[in-house]
Design a protein around this ligand. Structure first.
Ligand SMILES: *Cc1c(COP(=O)(O)O)cnc(C)c1O
Length: 366
């Protein structure tokens, strides 16, 4: 037992990533293709291994937010079509171009910054997200025209992004679709080889009319539920488990406390386990007295303040838990969605928040 345990490890099942992609691809309509979004180091899962697994599962495109993320994927030998979705500084345009990645623009005034390099450019219409893109269809048309005329540039696609796709029953997604659809049809009539794309994971699962030529799925690729409920309901499998181990077991007498600020005190005699993982690893301090850890198949509550490098859990008075027992913080019935609810956030932030100090370990179903 002692030989195999690790201080803090995120074990990622690449077979699950592959199956999640196959499941998403099977849901696509009208010949749409799957673009797997692997930004933010694959939502904390590891960009390169997840990108490979996604491609094996039927994704034909990859997307990232930053040019440096595209450069990283190329450096490890990934050759698939790649889209950098985020805003780019002039220096980042060079990095994206060197990585043979497609880029996004929405303003004809940005086109001269792109021109002169061989680049495929996607024009983004802001149909209601209110972030990147232009709200003005005429401006989007002018950006397309400027790309057509610029040296080296080629229109690669037209796109938009939904603000409320994860809110079941919302009507705004329909409004955004209605705003994007005519622009997509018009652009494709003039540029038949481009791809029109709009859907994130939630829209892909919820609204087939959002599929167009390509869907950009991130969170679902990793088996996280875009609706923050239960990934299983969507036919998705969580790929990541977060594990540590029991470093110490010791008694706590009534009145004795654990952790900074004495925010937990034993009422009855009990046993405490110390687990060497903390907010320095991404176990957020908001989980103080507010999470469960699995050890030997039992669920035990956090007792006291999450520190940077340690947490303590209450094992109860009669425990068979021993030092070097494995402790599971996420996985096996404690989904990332549970942490998200407890922290008043979303599963995306839970896995993105796992820090570099957590070793990533890859396996396939074992
Ligand atoms: C992150 C991102 C996505 C993926 O969203 P998910 O909800 O994770 O599927 C798609 N499109 C854009 C523009 C994004 O920034």
């Amino acid at each position: 037992m002692a030989a195999g345990v690790k201080r803090a490890v995120a074990r990622v099942n690449l077979a699950a990533v592959q199956r999640n992609c196959a499941r998403l691809r099977n849901a696509l309509t009208g010949g749409a293709e799957l673009c797997a979004v692997v930004k933010a180091d694959g939502y904390g899962h590891g960009a390169a291994p997840c990108a490979e697994a996604a491609l094996a599962g039927g994704a034909t495109w990859l997307a990232v937010a930053a040019a440096s993320e595209a450069a990283h994927l190329r450096a490890v030998g990934i050759a698939a079509p790649l889209l950098v979705m985020g805003a780019l500084t002039p220096a980042e345009v060079d990095v994206a171009a060197a990585a043979h990645a497609d880029v996004v623009t929405w303003d004809e005034r940005f086109v001269p910054i792109l021109a002169g390099r061989r680049l495929r450019v996607h024009v983004k219409l802001d149909t209601g997200m209110g972030r990147l893109g232009t709200r003005d269809v005429d401006e989007a048309r002018r950006a397309v025209a400027a790309i057509d005329e610029a040296e080296g540039l080629e229109l690669g696609g037209v796109m938009t992004h939904f603000a409320t796709a994860d809110e079941v029953g919302d009507a705004f997604l329909g409004d955004q679709l209605a705003a994007f659809h005519p622009f997509a049809v018009e652009a494709k009539a003039r540029h038949p080889s481009i791809v029109a794309h709009a859907a994130n994971s939630a829209a892909t699962l919820r609204e087939p009319r959002s599929h167009f030529d390509l869907v950009r799925c991130g969170v679902a690729v990793y088996g996280l539920d875009p609706f923050q409920r239960d990934a299983g309901e969507q036919g998705l499998e969580p790929a990541l488990t977060l594990r540590s181990y029991v470093a110490a077991v010791k008694p706590a007498a009534p009145g004795q406390s654990a952790g900074y600020g004495r925010r937990w005190t034993a009422g009855e005699p009990t046993q405490l386990a110390t687990i060497p993982i903390g907010y320095g690893d991404g176990v957020r301090r908001g989980l103080t007295n507010n999470a469960d850890v699995l050890i030997r198949g039992g669920r035990y509550p956090l007792a006291g303040t999450v520190s940077m490098d340690n947490i303590t859990v209450d094992l109860g008075p009669d425990t068979d838990v021993r030092p070097y027992d494995e402790a599971i913080l996420i996985g096996d019935g404690v989904p990332a969605e549970e942490w998200a609810r407890r922290l008043d956030t979303i599963n995306y932030e839970v896995t993105c928040g796992l820090t570099a100090r957590v070793e990533r370990e890859y396996h396939r179903d074992d």
